[in-house]
Each structure stands twice: as structure tokens, then as C-alpha cells.
Write a protein that binds this ligand. Structure first.
Ligand code: FE2
Length: 291
């Protein structure tokens, strides 16, 4: 029993207008129709992918994971109850707000609202068109991208995301942080995307370390980098290539403080042939911080 994709997430930010403007003007996402929710962004044929709601946290507020249909949702509901996870079902108002046929919700061990749904709203009748000319993002069966979460209790997070939601380990990056000692990052997949979720075994400030969007073209990474510089947004990490998913990307700080990774060219995972690996560096080159 496993979710198939991260399909949407919401952030709670002090200044939603500014955050959405960063999304459209810098990241090249498309504002959703008002009928699909205020302060929401599109990245493909789905009605929306990212919501920015008013709040003081400047952090992730909820994440929506998708299953195939009503039967799969019922199966997931029973599975989560069997894992001792408290589940809320039968919330038509929330389902209507998210634009999905049906959903159930629960909380991860660090208090993040997790929604599992089927039947997302699609808008093929109004094709995605980036206001900055981005030639599309890698989504479809790989979901929207990935999120990296800091955890107070990595064992509890593992039980929730692996035993509960059905995530499979892709690999581990074991690093030595000069001031903090050894740190082990865990990368998980639920579809061909190398990682949809990464868990960091410490919680420093925000829950969301970064989210990642993958462009269809390397030029779009360069254009996005230029837009970050033109907007005066802080570059959090320079262009680089990751050791594990092989993605070429850069990181920028969003107006809410957490970062966005904007990348191209990641390799994918095939469960039939994949071997869990151990890495000792996050990047083969680049991704310099404080540069
Ligand atoms: Fe990332």
C-alpha cells in the first residue's frame, strides 16, 4: 500500500501576494484561475500545484499525496489505521477546497497535515502557459517535485512515511558538518522520481528545508537563475550537480525564507533494478553556499 505521487502542497506565509509573485515572476509558474482557489500556482495541466495561504509560520502547512482511485484510497485508509495512525475522513468541504474527488487526512509525527486523495482537478481546456516562457516542468507520473523536511525524530518520521505512506529508500547521503558532526540524509521515492521526499534528522527552525521543481530544459534553469539575480532574491546555492539524483540545479531563497531548488536532468528510479546506495557528498560539483 503506497501513495503514487506528491501532487500538491500548501505553504503558510506572512505575505502570500509577494510569495505568489515570486512564483510567477521568478519561477515562471502560472497563477491558477480564481475558481480553483486564490493564491494558487499551476505548473502543468493540473488545476493547481502550490497554494500560498496567509499565516505567520512561513513554512509548509500541508502536503497532498495521490492514490489511483476510490478503492486505493479506502485501502490506504485501512492501512493507516492498522499502523495506529489517526485518520480523518469524510470532509467534503476540504475535498472541494483542494479540488479533488475525495480525500483523507492525518498528521505526520512533526505535525504536518498530510492529505491523501484521488481525483485531482485537471484543466486540459486551459493549457499551462508559463508567464516567463518556461517550457514546462517534469511532473505527470513523477508528481510535482520533491520536498525536504527536517524531523525531530527520524525513526518516527520513517515509520510514518515508509510503513504508513509506503515510501521506498533510494539512498543515503552521509555528511560531516564541521560544526555539527555527522549528519545522514535519507532520500525516498514513491514513483520514478529519484526522491519525492527527503528527511533530515534535525529540525532547525522551519520544517520545510526546500522544495524542488524540475524544468524540461537546461536553458530554463539558466533563465530562472537570471530571473533570481534580476529580482534580487538571495541565491542560496550556486549551480551544481547532485551525487544521488544527478540533477543540475541551483537553490534560491523564497520570500518566506525556505528555499526552492530549480533543476534539470535528474535520473529516475526503477524499483525492479534500483539498489540503495550510500553517498558521502551531496554534490559532485557546485552547489556552493555563501558564495
Ligand atoms: Fe532537493
Amino acid at each position: 500500500m503506497a501513495v503514487q505521487a506528491l501532487s500538491y502542497f500548501g505553504v503558510s506565509v506572512k505575505r502570500p501576494d509577494e510569495w505568489i509573485k515570486f512564483g510567477t515572476d521568478v519561477l515562471g509558474l502560472m497563477a491558477a484561475d480564481d475558481g480553483d482557489g486564490a493564491n494558487r500556482l499551476r505548473a502543468d495541466h493540473r488545476a493547481w500545484r502550490i497554494a500560498a495561504n496567509q499565516g505567520k509560520e512561513d513554512d509548509i502547512a500541508f502536503a497532498g499525496f495521490e492514490v489511483a482511485d476510490a478503492a486505493a484510497l479506502a485501502g490506504m485508509h485501512q492501512h493507516l489505521l492498522g499502523q495506529g495512525i489517526e485518520v480523518t475522513a469524510g470532509n467534503p468541504d476540504l475535498a472541494a477546497d483542494r479540488g479533488v474527488i475525495d480525500l483523507i487526512s492525518c498528521r505526520d509525527p512533526d505535525g504536518l497535515d498530510i492529505e491523501i486523495f484521488h481525483g485531482a482537478a485537471e484543466r486540459f481546456e486551459k493549457p499551462f502557459s508559463s508567464p516567463q516562457g518556461v517550457q514546462g516542468f517534469v511532473m505527470a507520473d513523477q508528481g510535482l517535485g520533491h520536498i525536504v523536511l527536517g524531523c525531530n525524530d527520524i525513526a518516527a518520521a520513517r515509520r510514518f512515511y515508509v510503513d504508513g505512506l509506503g515510501f521506498r529508500l533510494s539512498d543515503v547521503i552521509r555528511m560531516e558538518i564541521p560544526s555539527a558532526g555527522p549528519l545522514e540524509l535519507e532520500f525516498y521515492h514513491c514513483n520514478p522520481r529519484h526522491h519525492t521526499l527527503a528527511l533530515v534528522p534535525v529540525r532547525t527552525g522551519k520544517r520545510l528545508r526546500h522544495f524542488m521543481l524540475q524544468a524540461n530544459s537546461m536553458d530554463d534553469v539558466g533563465f530562472a537563475f537570471d530571473r533570481v539575480l534580476a529580482a534580487g532574491a538571495p541565491v542560496a546555492a550556486t549551480l551544481g550537480r547532485h551525487t544521488n539524483d544527478h540533477m543540475i540545479s541551483f537553490y534560491a531563497q523564497t520570500p518566506a525564507g525556505f528555499e526552492v531548488e530549480f533543476g534539470y536532468g535528474a535520473r529516475t528510479v526503477d524499483d525492479d533494478t534500483w539498489h540503495v546506495a550510500l553517498h558521502h557528498k551531496p554534490s559532485t560539483w557546485g552547489h556552493k553556499r555563501g558564495a
